[in-house]
Design a binder for this molecule. Sequence first.
Ligand code: ADP
Length: 210
Amino acid sequence: ALTGAFTPPPPTHKAAGGAGMARTFNFKQGTKLVIKQGDITTEDVDAIVNAANERMLGGGGVDGAIHRAAGPELVRACAQHPEVEPGVRCPTGEARITPGFRLPAKFVVHTVGPIYENDRESAPLLAAAYRSSIKVAQESGVGSISFPGISTGVFGYPWDKAAQVSLEAVDAALSEAGEANSVREVRFVLFGQKLYDIFVAEAEAFTAKE
Ligand code: ADP
């Protein structure tokens, strides 16, 4: 017989967390800003940004994930970018573009963020990585672009500071381009919930400031 009190189902936390969460904002010059949690390799956008290293021949973290998903053509395309000094295809703060090969994204923008030292030295380099990425994307007519949290992994940038510098740098780059800007949507695709929450909080503060 069915006796006893009704037992409610265990609570689920779907609404409060998990992949698939996203928030939408706007930069002041009109470009849409999406902060989302997820895997950047599955992004269906014109370009995804790779947090690469100066050699540009693959590595760990998001770099490894992008190379695995794009297939072996990607490392060959990277190798075709000339070395500007021995072992350096893309100096810290600069960006290079390649096709996306087997990725849903048409292009990969490879940029190199700084290994975090201190704000005075590292913030300008992190900002430069974002600005260079937007610039090379605009030169290829990219309309939508997804960024990971550059330098927030093994490069050790403090997450709250990285979120602030990243959003300000993208905003500045979009404004500078004026009428020539092709980028209508910028996404930050963060792997973990904590970094996602930090970027959302910063976007709220940042867009409220404008
Ligand atoms: P960096 O050397 O610039 O710190 P990492 O690859 O170590 O680069 O980390 C950059 C960020 O990318 C980290 O926040 C890491 O959690 C995140 N990341 C790793 N894999 C993915 C992925 N598939 N999609 C999105 N972000 C990822």
